[in-house]
Design a protein around this ligand. Structure first.
Ligand SMILES: [Zn+2]
Ligand SMILES: [Zn+2]
Length: 296
């Protein structure tokens, strides 16, 4: 890649390919059905309120910004993969998986990716990574499209961890591809504005109620329900919390709601603010260290 112009042209071609890809039609059709059902259920006035339209417009803008930005940050993940290969960490040989049926391999791929995702997500809710993940939580009107409200840098963290984990496990690429498609449809499903809790299966497959509690803007819900697909990871690691129907406000206090430019720059803004807060402590530490040095 020689210049910014080449990069932009390559991104435009990728966007055209995405727009013509049959799997994009399936996802778009699914999203339209989901949004259509929402309109029928709640009526035009509530589903197409100004708040909801602003939320959808911001999410669509973030999705298109990511088409441009994400491959740029993916280049960084290649460096991580090379470093990982250089370390020579032993991995499971691909031959272990050859006799297993595709459905089982896809399931194992989803299970492994969700385990990685649980810990990624837990990190994302900690102080220094929260400014990156806060964009996903900024949506005040959580709906199927919220799936796509993700910062480009979050894509990088996910990609690095999946690349490392899945290359360690050595699962075949086909199985991962099918698994990724199932996870995408499920991810859209858990963001739908319905109160389905999955009854006795609630710990096996994440429900919209489970994930709405993850988006709840009340302190008791912060950092809870972190798994994407399998809530039993939360149950095992002590972060499961579904007290009943989720009727509390959704969103993230202190984070811009639908200002796309601010949301894109949010990690930078917050990291500068956090660093500025650290500076006086650091300076005090240096002064104290100097005082501790005995005079010769
Ligand atoms: Zn989260
Ligand atoms: Zn979400």
């Amino acid at each position: 890649m020689n210049s910014v112009g080449d990069y932009i042209m390559a991104r435009f071609e990728a966007w055209c390919r995405l727009a013509n890809d049959p799997s994009s039609y399936f996802v778009a059709a699914f999203l339209l059905i989901v949004l259509g059902c929402d309109v029928i259920r709640k009526g035009w006035r509530r589903s197409l309120s100004r708040r909801a339209i602003e939320s959808v417009a911001a999410t669509l803008a973030i999705f298109h910004i990511n088409i441009v930005l994400v491959p740029g940050v993916w280049l960084l993940s290649d460096q991580v993969k090379q470093a990982y290969d250089l370390l020579g960490i032993p991995s499971i040989p691909g031959s272990v998986w050859t006799d297993l049926p595709t459905w089982l391999l896809s399931f194992l791929g989803i299970l492994a990716a969700d385990f990685a995702n649980y810990w990624n997500h837990r990190l994302m809710h900690m102080k220094w990574l929260w400014p990156v993940h806060a964009i996903h939580h900024s949506d005040p009107v959580v709906n199927g499209l919220t799936t796509y409200r993700v910062h480009a840098l979050e894509n990088l963290v996910m990609l690095v961890s999946y690349t490392l984990l899945l290359s360690w496990i050595g699962l075949p690429r086909d199985a991962i591809g099918y698994g990724a498609l199932i996870v995408l449809f499920h991810n859209i499903y858990v963001h739908i504005d319905v109160d389905w809790g999955h009854g006795p299966l609630r710990l096996l497959v994440a429900s919209p109620r489970f994930h709405r509690w993850h988006h709840a803007d009340v302190p008791a819900a912060y950092g809870k329900n972190l798994a994407n697909v399998f809530p039993f990871f939360d149950w095992i690691f002590g972060t499961y919390r579904v007290p009943g129907p989720c009727n509390v406000p959704l969103g993230a206090t202190g984070v811009p709601r639908n200002n796309v430019l601010k949301l894109t720059l949010w990690p930078l803004i917050e990291w500068l603010r956090l660093a500025a807060r650290l500076l006086p402590t650091f300076q005090r530490q240096v002064v104290d260290d100097r005082r501790d040095v005995p005079a010769e």
